[in-house]
Design a protein around this ligand. Structure first.
Ligand code: EPU
Length: 419
């Protein structure tokens, strides 16, 4: 078993290069199944979710060559089976994208019910509704999803809730369908736009990604023979921005799209931090105890749920009392119990948490319940006086490339230790 050992307090200072976006990359890799040919994907984050995604594609018949740790060339000319390995697909969330892509490419797929972070109920009814409206039959039995379609047909699809996964999945199934699919009440996240940009580069006809209506005109074939670079990770950038504020540090984040960071920038300014926006890089610094603030998580362009725990660390040491209202996931306050072990005063009830800001956090052994909770605990460990041991690293490794090295380079005293 591995743990991260962080000794604080440290004021983080220096430069961080932001990696490619996990939540775009985990959709772009399955999207390559729509191509009858070869393409190269660059700026891939080197994280365990990407490695599992590659293993699933290889099990389906794709050939993958690693050009370096952040770039692959993938040949999807020969897809040899429609049974995706259940053990791998049930390990992570984004395996649901195999359904949309394989229904479109092969007309059939068997895949394990998706796993991923335990954030409360994570239904996929909107994905299934979209596939069925396009003419597919979908059944779920004993943890396996069986989906079939003779030929998918374009259809209007109204999403009952704004869902990143369902929007991307229906986009994948619509790309090679006969006719036009219109997704109404679509998610607008940067990773939705990035997947559409990737597919359009390969010959798809998708318009309106980034707005709440996306129109996909089905095409006969995607051509491949192109190179695509994954968009910078909005959530990794936001994680370091909040780490700068929490530790009263000064960080320059390179390779980011600052337009995607506006909701975070606004809250950082509200709590008394400073931000300088250079378009493709951003400087964040703070030289005082943060002010209190209230947060409500919302789909993009609102404040992202995936930065709620990291913001929770800032509010736990703020001057005054704050409230966070989590509107996306039922159980995203598990990290607050761990912060309380470190001296925070947080009361979480359902989807609301009350933060009574304390002056200091103190090191303690803590457990990461999910990916973003893990990132929040790394920030908390850097803020805290003494030594923090963080367990359950598999969550952090799913989504952050080399987190300890990136934190070490900006001054954190952090080590990965094997027990
Ligand atoms: N929902 C439904 N039915 C559906 C789909 C979603 O009721 O068919 C509900 C969910 O229960 C949730 C809300 O709709 O309450 C939004 O869920 P969404 O589908 O947008 O989430 P997701 O696609 O499963 C992605 C990210 C999450 C991120 C959410 C929200 C990936 C692989 N995961 O999940 O990322 O929190 O969007 O932005 O893209 C993370 O990276 O740590 C993470 C959890």
């Amino acid at each position: 078993m591995e743990k991260l050992v962080v000794t604080g307090p440290t004021s983080l200072k220096g430069e961080v290069t932001i990696s490619g976006a996990k939540n775009a990359a985990v959709a772009i890799l399955p999207a390559t199944l729509l191509i009858d040919g070869i393409c190269t994907i660059e700026n891939l984050p080197n994280i365990s979710d990407i490695k599992i995604s590659c293993q699933i594609l290889e099990a389906l018949g794709a050939k993958i060559k690693w050009n370096n740790k952040n770039s692959i060339t993938i040949d999807t000319t020969n897809i040899t089976t429609t049974k995706a390995p259940l053990d791998l697909t049930s390990k992570f969330r984004a395996s649901y994208y195999i359904i949309g892509a394989m229904l479109s490419r092969m007309g059939e797929i068997e895949v394990g019910m998706p796993g991923g972070c335990k954030l409360g109920a994570r239904p996929i009814d909107q994905h299934i509704k979209g596939f069925e409206l396009q003419g597919a039959t979908v059944t779920v039995e004993k943890g396996t999803i069986y989906a079939k379609a003779k030929k998918l047909k374009g259809s209007p699809v109204y999403m009952d809730i704004v869902s990143v996964g369902a929007t991307i999945n229906v986009m994948l199934s619509a790309v090679l369908a006969e006719g036009t699919t219109i997704i109404d009440n679509a998610a607008k996240e940067p990773h939705v736009v990035d997947v559409a940009n990737f597919l359009n580069t390969m010959g798809a006809d998708i318009r309106g990604a980034g707005t709440d209506v996306i129109k996909i005109n089905g095409v006969k074939k995607l051509h491949g023979n192109a190179t695509y670079s994954v968009v910078p990770d909005q959530i990794e950038a936001g994680t370091f921005m909040l780490a700068a504020v929490a530790t009263r540090g000064d960080l320059l984040l390179k390779n980011c799209i600052t337009k995607h960071l506006e909701s975070i920038t606004a809250k950082i300014v509200e709590v008394g931090g400073n931000v300088e926006d250079y378009g493709d890089s951003i400087r964040v610094w703070c030289n005082k105890r943060p002010n209190k603030a209230n947060i409500k998580t919302l789909p993009y362009p609102g404040f992202p749920t995936d930065l709620q725990p990291q913001m929770g660390v800032v509010l736990s040491i703020a001057n005054g009392s704050s409230i966070i209202n989590e509107s996306i996931w039922e159980s995203r306050f598990q990290y607050t119990e761990e912060l309380n072990k470190m001296g925070a005063k947080i009361t979480a009830q359902g989807k609301t948490a009350f933060f009574e800001g304390v002056k200091k956090l103190y090191g303690a052994p803590v457990y990461s319940s999910d990916l973003r909770a893990g990132a929040a605990l790394v920030i908390a460990g850097t803020v805290a006086e003494g030594t923090t041991e963080i367990y359950n690293l598999e969550h952090i490794d799913r989504g952050y490339e080399n987190i300890e090295e990136k934190f070490r380079k900006i001054g954190a005293k952090i080590e990965r230790v094997k027990e």
